[in-house]
Design a protein around this ligand. Structure first.
Ligand code: NAD
Length: 272
């Protein structure tokens, strides 16, 4: 169910499916999207300083009537907030906007060269202070993680990366698994850009589900945290109505065959 969790290396529980709110407008749009998701049963929201909508996320959670500790909240430090001192003030700004005294997970949004190690040291301090119950990274390739490990006291608990059927990220997934880092998928639906793919169409027909549901189920069965985004209640419901069917080994093999290592977003060595 929507309360199914995976366990991070520090024993924190993270709901396997959450709601992403990238490009959801600050104010009423994000407020309504988070309220409706929580009504459906979502207990995990993924935002970021960059998204500009933390305030609406926090207000929706507060007004939901669900106790703060029952909802898993992730936010991220943006590229222009990185560095040791900078990040220690960035978390305070995010917490102020969210109206919270801690987040469940704080992530380094992108591996800014020359900065991410100092940023990580700030995350370790933030974790020690209890302002984040877990800490992690996003868009880190194995080479970034290896560099981080040289000076890190704590390993990241999560790596949030672009991951969908056409970009399966085998190498990064294997590396993360070897180091006890849970992988989280961003753009998990491939931004709905290839729902007409024959494999998705075939499996959707077979299971009487939609392509979005086939993809979310595939991630769920793969032990990957997933955060599909929709502001519409009927799609929010659709995206998590995946607990009444199972993909067979043969279905999973077909999904594996969809991989093209094709990115929609930026490559982690080429962002700016
Ligand atoms: P996504 O793959 O979740 O696709 C979302 C889009 O798909 C929606 O805008 C909507 O147009 C469409 N959609 C959703 N459900 C649908 C359905 N059932 N049927 C038809 N269309 C549907 O893409 P995303 O929003 O980019 O990624 C999800 C979340 O990941 C973001 O909201 C954000 O929280 C996170 N993210 C993180 C990073 C990062 O660098 N860490 C980057 C991008 C996104």
């Amino acid at each position: 169910s929507l309360t199914t969790t995976l366990t991070l290396s520090n024993e924190t529980e993270i709901p396997a499916i959450g709601l992403g709110v990238y490009k959801v407008e600050a104010g009423d749009e994000v407020y309504q999207a988070v309220r409706s998701a929580i009504e459906i049963g979502y207990r995990h929201i993924d935002t970021a300083s960059l998204y500009g909508n933390e305030e609406g996320v926090g207000k929706a959670i507060k007004d939901s009537g669900i106790p703060r500790e029952k909802i898993f909240v992730t936010t991220k430090v943006w590229n222009d907030e990185q560095g040791f001192e900078e990040t220690k003030t960035a978390i305070n700004r995010s917490l102020d906007r969210l109206g919270m005294d801690y987040v469940d997970l704080y992530l380094i949004h992108w591996p800014v060269p020359g900065k991410f190690t100092d940023t990580w040291k700030a995350l370790e301090a933030i974790y020690q202070e209890g302002k984040a119950k877990a800490i992690g990274v996003s868009n880190f390739l194995p080479h970034h993680l290896k560099e981080l490990f040289k000076e890190a006291k704590t390993k990241p608990m999560v790596n949030q990366i672009e991951l969908h059927p056409q970009l399966q990220q085998e190498e990064t997934r294997t590396f993360c698994q070897e180091h006890g880092i849970l992988v989280e998928a961003w753009a998990p639906l491939g931004k709905a850009s290839y729902f007409d793919h024959p494999v998705l169409q075939e499996l959707a027909k077979k299971h009487e589900k939609t392509p979005a549901q086939i993809i979310v189920r595939w991630q769920y069965q793969s032990g990957i945290i997933t955060i599909p985004k929709s502001i519409h209640k009927h799609r929010q419901e659709e995206n998590v109505n995946i607990f009444d069917f199972e993909l067979s080994d043969e279905d999973m093999a077909k999904m594996a065959g969809m991989n093209e290592e094709k990115r929609i977003g930026k490559h982690p060595d080429e962002f700016d």
